[in-house]
Design a protein around this ligand. Structure first.
Ligand code: SAM
Length: 478
């Protein structure tokens, strides 16, 4: 008899689901429990039942898993975000590896793929190059931290998150102290009044540069004084204000308006120096991002004088790496600002053999015209948004690239984008993915159109969270 809502059960947790929930079984019926780990014997209350599974709330641990370790942060149980902080690190790596294997087998129907050992961190703490804090009130006092697990309203003060470098934690404290001293009002989402909304702190691991970006509802007179007070506590490179006057509870808005320093910081990934604009995407773990990119480059094996594509290129990091050997390189990306930054990064690196274009990859990769008498450089120009384009004679025949690197968002690639990517006829496709489920679905599609998945390397970019990153190599069947 499957359990029903309200039932209290003693449940042995035997594995983890993708998403990080513990899985236990009652007479074979699956029960998901957030916060439970493999090896736990847990007392749980069933909260929901669906046709094939139930969900339950963890009440207490009857016998904790031998793989449990103590919390390192005092606020981790409340703050959310790093739900695996009490799971020993070797256990985390083992489950992440297993989840890649299982996703490929169960979702992609691919059970003969070599999944290399996951690359973990030697020291899996203080790895984040970006922290996003929310302002809130606790007993009328401003606090600055994370939303309480499961609550959009309440903010837990987080003086020192152990995933953040100490400089970032100190910057958070300096901003909070200065905001309290200046009596700046915290924004209330219920009343849509107040000033302070979010603080984003970014730090280049290689450069040590620190960029602080304060998200507020409007520009305010004390901006410079605030910046000076913070600098006296924690030196930084840049201090910006970004205005979010909407109701959206996110660190987005108009800006950045620079109070001190330039609107970017510098980072170096796999030997490539990058200028990163305040609001641009960058992988949040710089150390492991270097490993990720080196793995992608090894799989890509770009060839001198052969072209390469970098799909979903962001600010152009992988394009610059590919351009060490390949020429030309084509980088495609949705956001105009990211493409402008990518073009600037190429210029700063003295590269003239990379063309970037802004737009949806699915639309930019038009079906090659009959006879393939053109190449992507002119397709990019046809889209009307070239930032830097190569002069390719119209008569030059289309030459399939040696390699395509693709790094889509979590949702993976649209079916049409995968089809059009395959039509370019590259010998190899290197797929960088932050979601094994969509990687598996895209891999299954690629298998039907001539690309065989040969090897996958998971890289642990996000210790103490359930998130999984992997690089996959596809080769074109002869
Ligand atoms: C996972 S990030 C990868 C960025 C870059 N490769 C890197 O390593 O920093 C995915 C990127 O895809 C972009 N993007 C999202 N949807 C897109 C689409 N439909 N077409 C092109 N780019 C898209 C996002 O703006 C983001 O920069």
């Amino acid at each position: 008899m499957p359990p029903k809502p309200g039932d209290i059960l003693e449940l042995a947790i035997d594995t983890l689901a993708y998403g990080g929930q513990g899985i236990g079984r009652v007479d074979g019926f699956v029960v998901f429990v957030r916060g439970a780990l493999p090896g736990d014997l847990a007392l749980v209350e069933v909260t929901r039942r669906k046709s094939g599974f139930a969900e339950a709330r963890l009440i207490s641990l009857v016998a904790p898993s031998p793989r449990r370790t103590p919390f390192r942060c005092d606020h981790a149980p409340d703050a959310g975000g790093c739900e695996w902080q009490t799971f020993d690190y070797s256990g985390q790596l083992e489950f992440k590896h297993r989840q890649v294997v299982e996703a490929l087998a169960h979702i992609g129907g691919l059970d003969h793929v070599t999944v290399e050992p996951i690359v973990g961190m030697a020291d899996p703490w203080r790895y984040r190059n970006k922290m996003e804090y929310s302002f809130g009130l606790d007993g009328g006092e401003p606090v600055l931290g994370m939303h309480r697990r499961g609550s959009w309203r309440e903010v837990v003060d987080v003086p020192d998150c152990h995933l953040a470098p100490l400089e970032i934690s100190r910057a958070r404290q300096a901003v909070l102290t200065a905001c309290r001293a200046l009596e700046l009002p915290v924004y209330s989402s219920a009343a849509h009044i107040g000033l302070l909304r979010h603080l984003v702190v970014r730090r280049g691991l290689a450069s040590g540069e620190l960029l602080l970006n304060l998200f507020v509802t409007e520009r305010f007179p004390e901006e410079r004084e605030l910046a000076e007070r913070v600098a006296a506590e924690q030196p930084y490179t840049s201090f910006a204000v970004t205005v979010n006057e909407t109701r959206a509870d996110a660190a987005v808005g108009v800006g950045p308006f620079m109070i001190v320093g330039p609107p970017y910081f510098h980072e170096e990934l796999a030997g490539v120096r990058l200028r990163v604009p305040a609001l641009a995407f960058l992988q949040t773990n710089s150390e492991m991002c270097g490993v990720l990119y080196e793995t992608a480059l090894r799989y890509a094996a770009p060839a001198a004088g052969r072209s390469a594509y970098d799909l979903y290129c962001g600010i152009g990091s992988l394009s610059l790496l590919l351009a060490r050997q390949a020429a030309p390189v084509y980088g495609l990306e949705l956001q105009d600002e990211a493409i402008a930054a990518a073009a600037e990064n190429a210029r700063l690196a003295g590269r003239t053999d990379i063309a970037f274009a802004a737009g949806d990859v699915r639309k930019l990769l038009l079906d090659p015209p009959t006879g393939r008498d053109t190449d992507i450089a002119r397709l990019i120009e046809a889209d009307g948004k070239p930032h830097q384009s190569l002069r390719t004679p119209a008569t030059q025949p289309f030459a399939p690239p040696a390699v395509i690197v693709t790094d889509p968002p979590r949702a993976g690639m649209a079916r049409k984008a995968v089809e059009r990517m395959a039509l370019l006829g590259a010998e190899r496709i290197v797929f960088v993915s932050c979601n094994p489920a969509t990687l598996a679905a895209n891999a299954a599609q690629l298998a039907t159109i001539g690309y065989r998945l040969t090897t996958v390397t998971p890289v642990d970019m996000f210790p103490h969270t359930h998130h999984i990153e992997a690089v996959a190599l596809f080769v074109r069947e002869a």
